[in-house]
Design a protein around this ligand. Sequence first.
Ligand code: EPU
Length: 416
Amino acid sequence: MDKIVVHGGRKLTGSVRIGGAKNAALPILVSSLLTDGWCTYHNVPNLRDIESIKQLLIHLGAEVETHDHTIRINAAGLANHEAPYDLVRKMRASILVLCPLVARLKKARVSLPGGCAIGARPINFHLKGLTLLGAEIDLEHGYVNASAEKLLGNEIYFDIPSVTGTENLLMAAVLAEGITILRNAAREPEVVALIDVLNQMGAKIEGAGTSILTVQGVKTLQPVSVSIIPDRIETGTFMVAAALTNGNIQIQGGEPEHVTGIIHKLRQTGADVSIEGKTIYVKGSETIQSIDIKTLPYPGFPTDMQAQFMVLMSVAGGLSIISETIFENRFIHVSELKRLGADITISGNTAMIKGVPSLSGAPVMATDLRASASLILAGLIAKGTTEVNRIYHLDRGYEAIEKKFQKLGADIERIQ
Ligand code: EPU
């Protein structure tokens, strides 16, 4: 398996271009299942998770064409209602096909995704919501079987705002009869992006970006041609890299509006962040100040940036507290960061980080997507050589990250 080798100590300078958002692209590609013709998507990142969802859509009967960062999908031939274990286990987001399959084929059989490294990650909200829309659901032999002669609008309340839960249920509600109201819905930019696409297809959804979404069901939806929004987590990862290495970089092609929380926290650490149009400039400072962070649903601080900020806090002056409120086990990077010399103590969902003057390179193991990114960031400032092994996860969510860091002056390479 490939590994990434980083020789730390270089300041990053120059400019980097951000790609399309993985977590926006996944539900949007799936939404093609709701239409009967060729949909065209531009700015789709070239990632392992995108490959997995393409394989699943092809398995279900869709035609898929890929040309560079453009993907065309035609679900006119949608015939298969089963998403098998082998395809779903590769990527939890595969559960997103559940509601579109029931809306189009009146039935679905989707493997239960199971837990993952960062937590149990149940799908009870998806199932409860679909039941409220009129589906019958049973679980057997590790599969969700769902069927509905017709879906009927209803009120659905999320105990916790769920990103893919909101996206999945929207894709049922758009073709349900009558009005559906989703309360305490997720407000993430990726959810808003899906709503924009569904509305362009002819859906009638109001309230995008708020926690109350009102959906007036329609009979059919039309194919669209759209561009995927920029990845706010890739943007944030490069912002932290600049601050960490006391560098000076320009980030192009991002959406500054989607990273306001990250910008505010980064400024508190002493970094100089400015915005001109869509370009974000980040200049590090000689000393990094410690800050406290609590992860929350959007517009709060994103859990997907928690590991990267922890690296920054590892070399800050003073004590930082990071509270992870979204996933119960999202500190798996801590033991690896400690191997590089970080001083971190975990108690429940809280990590206490005592800044140290420097980290020192060592071989480390990547265990989930954002943890992998944090280990590369740590390698950028660690003394000596850091070898990040098992980078399978990294390729799920960052396109050619080592090439982008090389362009900014980092001493980093992928070894096959
Ligand atoms: N939850 C439930 N029941 C459910 C659904 C969620 O209890 O049926 C809980 C979860 O366990 C969690 C909270 O609700 O405690 C929020 O989870 P959410 O459903 O919002 O997470 P997700 O939709 O599974 C997406 C992203 C994640 C990101 C989270 C939080 C995609 C494909 N994935 O996951 O992205 O961390 O939202 O923002 O959109 C990543 O890209 O590295 C990643 C993990």
